[in-house]
Design a binder for this molecule. Sequence first.
Ligand code: GDP
Ligand code: MG
Length: 310
Amino acid sequence: MANDINWFPGHMRKALNETKDKLKLVDIVYETADARIPFSSRNPELDRIIGDKPRIVILNKADLADPNKTAAWINSLGNRGVCALAMEASHKKGFDRLTQATENMLREKLENAAARGRTGRPMRAMVVGAPNTGKSTLINGLAGKKAAVTGDRPGVTRDFKWIQTPGRLELMDMPGVLWPKIATRRSAICLTACGSIKEDVTDVVETAYDTLKLLIALYPDLIEQRYGIDTGTVTGGADLSGETPEICDNQFASDPLYDLFILMAKKRGCVMSGGRADEMRFAKLLINDFREGRIGRITLEAADKPEKEC
Ligand SMILES: Nc1nc2c(ncn2[C@@H]2O[C@H](COP(=O)(O)OP(=O)(O)O)[C@@H](O)[C@H]2O)c(=O)[nH]1
Ligand SMILES: [Mg+2]
């Protein structure tokens, strides 16, 4: 399924062009990424269009991510000269650090403006990022009110307003949608699990199965604790690190991971009349558990080898 995901190259091009157009209006770019998938939720083409413009990568939803891996990502991006910060936009955590980092990055520019008589000049920022990475939450949080931001639609050309914040910061009133570039099937699974790709373009059961495979490979203890199962016994130590097999019924017959999926569904009471597991109901439950952080703090991509098994 994930191989067939349409990642809308036309939209992506449009979004990148629009971002490029607006760049000249701002001093700095805030690039939101999902801290659980800092590789897949970023678009590598942004680097190309952003040029010398100061930029801060915001690893948002840090409350849901593995704190050690978030720290490793911040380090690794820092080593590549990219300023990255952890944030919990929905809890307004990390805002002070963001403002501080912005002031530091723009200090020279602001001092030069002040020397030319423009004191107290605002710091203007544009927020860009993949769908569901928290752009609107960040803008509203910084503004201290529900500001007039559009949905995740690229290519909406209109006049600009600036959203004031209580401080010196002004935000462009429309967050830029940066469609994620889906490089691999693994990336597609990660983006769907984290909600940046909508389930309606994929299959919920397959998404849940693929996500479970990643979770067991990366955080077996958390899965065992949450669902009261023994992953080692059921999977028989199967190597789960390779490509996810396509799901079809006859494959399931000899697939220990599928057996585990069914066992978990039944344990959670997702059972249909006649005793069969309600795969769809459990799939939704599992995905929601992951998205809401109920399984634990999880990062699906490691800083040192993001595209492969972490
Ligand atoms: N747990 C958690 N959820 C967040 C955070 N920031 C945003 N969200 C949630 O993520 C979802 C998407 O946020 P939104 O701002 O609409 O993302 P956008 O599509 O980039 O504008 C919403 O349900 C938010 O409440 C965060 O730091 N932690
Ligand atoms: Mg939004």
